[in-house]
Design a protein around this ligand. Structure first.
Ligand SMILES: Cc1ncc(COP(=O)(O)O)c(C=O)c1O
Length: 393
C-alpha cells in the first residue's frame, strides 16, 4: 500500500491484498500452529532462512503479519511486532533492549502495571530504573548516567493526562544516545504518530483503541526494521508472548473504522469534559482539549485530536467520586479503555492500586481522582446519565 494515501484510506486498505488463492477480500484467518513443508529439504531451507515461507505461528503467521504491516504503516514505522497483550509489548521491548548493568529512565506517571513491572520485575535482572517528571524534558538530561540506555514514557499519561513534549524528548535523547519509547495506547496512531516526531519505538495496548470493541487483549510494538528485528530475534521468539491469529484478525477488522471511532470519541469526550468543568460539584477536569488544561497548547501542537480519555476530581473528594461511580448507568464501572462503551473507574483503588500511595502522589494521582473512557454512544445520553448521577450527590 502506497504511503501517499491518507490515514483513513490506509486504515481500510493497508496490510491487505485479495487472497491469491480464492480472491477473498478480507484477509483470511490462518488459525494454525504449523505450516506443512513439501519435503525435508524445504523444511531445512526454511529453518536455515534460505527459503522464504512460514514454519510455525510463534515465528510468523500470515494473519498476524497482516496486522503488523497495517499498524506499521499507520504509525509511519518500518516494522511492527504483535504481542499477546500491552504488557507483553512493554516487557518485550524492555527485555529486548536492556541487559544486566544497564540503567533506564522513565516518566513518573505511568499505567499501574507498567510501574509494577519497572519497580518489581526489571530490577530482579540487575537493571536499575529511575524516574523523572518529563513534563519538563530537561529533567531527563539531569538524570542521565553513563549506563542509561533508554527513556520510557506515556503521553497523555494514564490517568492524569500529563503531556510530554515528544520533539524535545527526542532531541535530548539523541544528544545523550538514549532510545526513546512511548506507550501510545491513549491515542492510537490516528491522533498522534510519535515516530514522525523523532521517538524511536511506540508500544500499544492494542486492547484499547486499536481494537475499539473491548473483545481482544493484545499489544504491538512499532519502530524501525533494526530495532524490531533485534527485539524479535533477541528475546521475543524465545519468550514467546505472541498474539493469537484470531485476535490479529479481529484487530484488522476493528482498525478499518479507527478514524470514525476516534472522531466520535474525541467529540463526545470534549462535550463530557466541558459539561463536567461547568458543573458546581466538580473541582478539576483534566482533558487536553480544554483551554484550562495546563498543557493544552503542547497537546494542540503534537496531537491531531484530544482523545476519549479524561479524569477529574469531585468537590466532595473520594466519597463524592464513589457515589458518582455507583450511580451512573450508561457509563460502566470497569477498567480498560478505548471501547465503544463508556467506562468509569477509580485509579487509586483499581488501575493504580498496585502503586504505593507515595508514588501515586508524586505522579499527581489523588485519592479522589476519577477516570473516564468516553465511548461512542450519543453524547446527549451520556450527559443525561452524568446529570442524574450528579444529582444524587
Ligand atoms: C496506558 C496503558 N498501557 C498498557 C496497558 C496494558 O495493556 P494490556 O492490558 O493490554 O496488557 C494499559 C492497560 O490498561 C494501559 O492503560
Amino acid at each position: 500500500m502506497k504511503k501517499k494515501h491518507k490515514f483513513a484510506t490506509l486504515a481500510v486498505h493497508a496490510g491487505q491484498e485479495p487472497c491469491l488463492l480464492t480472491g477473498a477480500l478480507v484477509p483470511p484467518l490462518y488459525q494454525t500452529a504449523s505450516f506443512a513443508f513439501e519435503s525435508a529439504n524445504q523444511g531445512a531451507a526454511r529453518f536455515a532462512g534460505e527459503e522464504k515461507g512460514y514454519i510455525y505461528s510463534r515465528l510468523g503467521n500470515p494473519t498476524i503479519n497482516a496486522l503488523e504491516e497495517k499498524v506499521a504503516i499507520l504509525e509511519g514505522g518500518e516494522s511492527a511486532l504483535a504481542t499477546a497483550s500491552g504488557m507483553a509489548a512493554i516487557s518485550t521491548v524492555l527485555f529486548g533492549l536492556l541487559k544486566k548493568g544497564d540503567h533506564m529512565l522513565a516518566d513518573n506517571t505511568l499505567y499501574g502495571c507498567t510501574l509494577s513491572l519497572l519497580n518489581h520485575v526489571i530490577p530482579k535482572y540487575g537493571i536499575e530504573v529511575s524516574y523523572v517528571d518529563a513534563s519538563d524534558p530537561d529533567n531527563i538530561s539531569g538524570a542521565v548516567r553513563e549506563n542509561t540506555k533508554l527513556f520510557y514514557f506515556e503521553s497523555p499519561a494514564n490517568p492524569t493526562m500529563k503531556i510530554v513534549d515528544m520533539h524535545a524528548v527526542a532531541q535530548i535523547a539523541r544528544s545523550n544516545k538514549l532510545i526513546t519509547i512511548i506507550d501510545g495506547s491513549f491515542t492510537s496512531p490516528y491522533l498522534q504518530r510519535p515516530l514522525e516526531q523523532g521517538i524511536d519505538l511506540v508500544v500499544h495496548s492494542a486492547t484499547k483503541y486499536i481494537c475499539g470493541h473491548g473483545d481482544v487483549i493484545g499489544g504491538i510494538i512499532v519502530g524501525n526494521k533494526k530495532n524490531i528485528g533485534d527485539i524479535k530475534s533477541g528475546v521475543f521468539t524465545d519468550i514467546g508472548g505472541i498474539m493469537s491469529p484470531f485476535d490479529a484478525w479481529l484487530l484488522l477488522r476493528g482498525l478499518k473504522t479507527l478514524p470514525l471511532r476516534m472522531e466520535k470519541h474525541c467529540s463526545n469526550a470534549m462535550k463530557v469534559a466541558q459539561y463536567l468543568e461547568a458543573h458546581p460539584k466538580v473541582n478539576e477536569v483534566y482533558y487536553p482539549g480544554l483551554s484550562s488544561f495546563p498543557q493544552h497548547e503542547l497537546a494542540k501542537k503534537q496531537m491531531d485530536g484530544f482523545g476519549g480519555m479524561l479524569s477529574f476530581e469531585m468537590k466532595g473528594g473520594i466519597q463524592a467520586g464513589e457515589r458518582l461511580i455507583n450511580n451512573v448507568g450508561l457509563f460502566r464501572v470497569a477498567v480498560s479503555l478505548g471501547e465503544a462503551d463508556s467506562l468509569i473507574q477509580h485509579p487509586a483503588t483499581m488501575t493504580h492500586s498496585f502503586v504505593s500511595g507515595e508514588e501515586r502522589m508524586k505522579a499527581g494521582i489523588s485519592d479522589g481522582l476519577v477516570r473516564m473512557s468516553v465511548g461512542i454512544e450519543d453524547a446527549e445520553d451520556l450527559l443525561a446519565d452524568l446529570e442524574q448521577a450528579l444529582m444524587k450527590i
